[in-house]
Design a protein around this ligand. Structure first.
Ligand SMILES: O=P(O)(O)OC[C@H]1O[C@H](O[C@H]2O[C@H](CO)[C@@H](O)[C@H](O)[C@H]2O)[C@H](O)[C@@H](O)[C@@H]1O
Length: 490
């Protein structure tokens, strides 16, 4: 079969539909993320399967029945991997979120290197690989997503199952000095090099990975100077590439100009008395730099007191991993900081920080994006950060300013038209916001048009095509290099 027409099998921790227990009853909720939007049509057209965890650990739930109806409507098969509560604790909350997540975001002091987590991670990866082996054939292309499932190709090989495999890491890949802290570092490298294609968000991530491989296998060589290179380690030859993920630009852009959302946007601006809106939208996670951002707003009001009463900082924090102690502590820290800053600067009729800790409906999120004059996207580290791209897609007025962390993957692509900042530099962020506040309309438009053009052309469909084409192409010269961030000397 022609390589590009093979059946696609997507493997990820979460399925595109999740089982949720609401008031004692289990229901199926379709996922709304960009990955689902992009992959669903490919799976439908070529025929395909999505393999993942259902989200339910209760053995009495009729998982297949519930997901069967979703599958029939979606037009592709879903196969679940059933996990016990203990497995979810060790593999997902433990190894994935308390070891790999902080380490790969350069926050090694937050890691809990528990050997029990590692063992459960391997057991669960083996369980996934068994399902992949069972439901796929030699002609299929198996595309594995993210750090939860780095051992898929390795276990398939150990079972003697030959499959063409690709892996995409959605989070950053750290530099060797950080990666080497991982007690199971060699095992992870050994597992990753078993994929035929290993994809990253940025060139920097790809190069960090290759440097780590070289630490263990000094004879490792690379060939190519574009986004995708061929890596040879003696026993193995595989590809490693940079594929910056994106969003469905048109979906966001169309929503932002829909009449009811235009009304919502106007009402939001009216409620905030048409002051300039500075917006932050994040999952509540310590990698997102929310406390630092609130402190930067405090610095802004101290250094530029003339902005008092003229701006509103709106921070939306979407609840996440609420059972984990560190996330509870972070929530308390943010509550406290918001209270402090508001206590320090508010006066009758004005509070500087509007803080919303909740899940927003897509329509409300788009209205916030469309209403915001400045988006403050300042993660301490981020694989890509799709909020940056969603903001641009929704900025139909083409008058907004994107202030973006140098440490978000998105910075490499957006640096020419965004205002890049170091999120740890509170004074620098405050200066950037002040400049953006005073920025001339013509300049703002020029920057936003540049950003929108880029996200429009490099959208999520472009991303899927690039990854799949690069997996099969005979000419890697077809994939031009992806930019790297240029740090300013400040
Ligand atoms: O909530 P989880 O299931 O634990 O997943 C964590 C987050 O994963 C996704 O973010 C990552 O992928 C994005 C798209 O490639 C990337 O922009 C981001 O930097 C990565 O962290 C997902 O988008 C989040 O909603 C999940 O919460």
């Amino acid at each position: 079969m022609e390589p590009g027409l093979r059946r696609l099998v997507v493997v990820s921790n979460r399925l595109p539909a999740a089982l949720k227990n609401e008031g004692g009853e289990w229901t199926v909720k379709p996922g709304a993320g960009g990955l689902v939007t992009a992959l669903a049509p490919v799976l439908r057209d070529r025929g395909g399967i999505w393999i993942g965890w259902s989200g339910a650990s209760d053995p009495t739930v009729d998982v297949d029945g519930l997901l069967g109806s979703f599958s029939a409507k979606a037009g592709y098969e879903l196969r679940t991997v059933q996990l016990t509560e203990e497995e979810v604790r060790g593999y997902y909350f433990g190894f994935s979120n308390e070891v790999i997540w902080p380490l790969f975001h350069d926050l090694q002091t937050r890691c809990h290197f528990d050997p029990g987590y590692w063992r459960t991670y391997l057991d669960v990866n083996f369980k996934f690989a068994e399902q992949v082996a069972r439901h796929t054939g030699k002609e299929d292309y198996v595309w594995v997503h993210d750090y939860h499932l780095m051992h898929q190709a390795f276990f398939l090989k150990s079972m003697g199952v030959k499959r063409n495999t690709g892996f995409f890491l959605h989070i950053p890949f750290p530099t060797p000095d950080i990666f080497m802290k991982l007690p199971w570092r060699w095992k992870i490298i050994q597992a990753l090099i078993e994929f035929d294609m290993v994809g990253f968000q940025t060139t920097q991530d790809r190069d960090n990975f290759v440097r780590c491989v070289r630490h263990f296998i000094p004879e490792c060589t690379t060939e190519g100077d574009g986004a995708v290179v061929t890596v040879r380690t003696g026993s193995r030859e595989f590809r490693a590439g940079a594929f910056p993920i994106s969003i469905d630009f048109n979906q966001f852009a169309n929503l932002a100009t829909r009449e009811d959302i235009v009304q919502k946007t106007f009402k939001l601006r009216e409620a905030l008395k048409h002051r300039k809106i500075i917006l932050g939208v994040d999952r509540l996670d310590y990698t997102k730099g929310i406390p630092e951002r609130i402190l930067a707003i405090r610095t802004l009001l101290k250094r530029f007191p003339e902005l008092t009463g003229r701006v509103n900082f709106v921070q939306v924090a979407v609840p996440s991993r609420e059972d984990v102690e560190e996330y509870k502590d972070l929530r308390d820290e943010i509550d406290l900081l918001v209270g402090r800053v508001n206590g320090e600067f508010s006066f009758p009729g004005w509070v500087p920080v509007h803080y919303h800790y909740r899940n927003l409906q897509r329509e409300d999120l788009v209205a916030y994006y469309a209403a915001a004059d400045i988006a403050l996207v300042t993660p301490l580290r981020d694989g890509m950060n799709l909020v940056a791209k969603e903001y641009c897609a929704c900025n139909a007025s083409e008058s907004g300013v994107l202030i973006l962390s140098e440490f978000a993957g998105a910075a490499a692509q957006m640096q020419d038209y965004a205002y890049l900042v170091n999120p740890y530099d509170l004074e620098g962020v405050a200066r950037a916001v002040n400049r953006a506040f005073h920025w001339d309309k013509v300049d703002r438009r020029r920057m936003m048009v540049g950003l929108r053009d880029h996200v429009r052309s490099h959208n999520i469909f472009w991303w899927v095509d690039s990854f799949l084409q690069a997996s099969f192409s005979t000419n890697l010269g077809d994939f031009p290099p992806v930019d790297t961030v240029q740090f300013e000397k400040i």
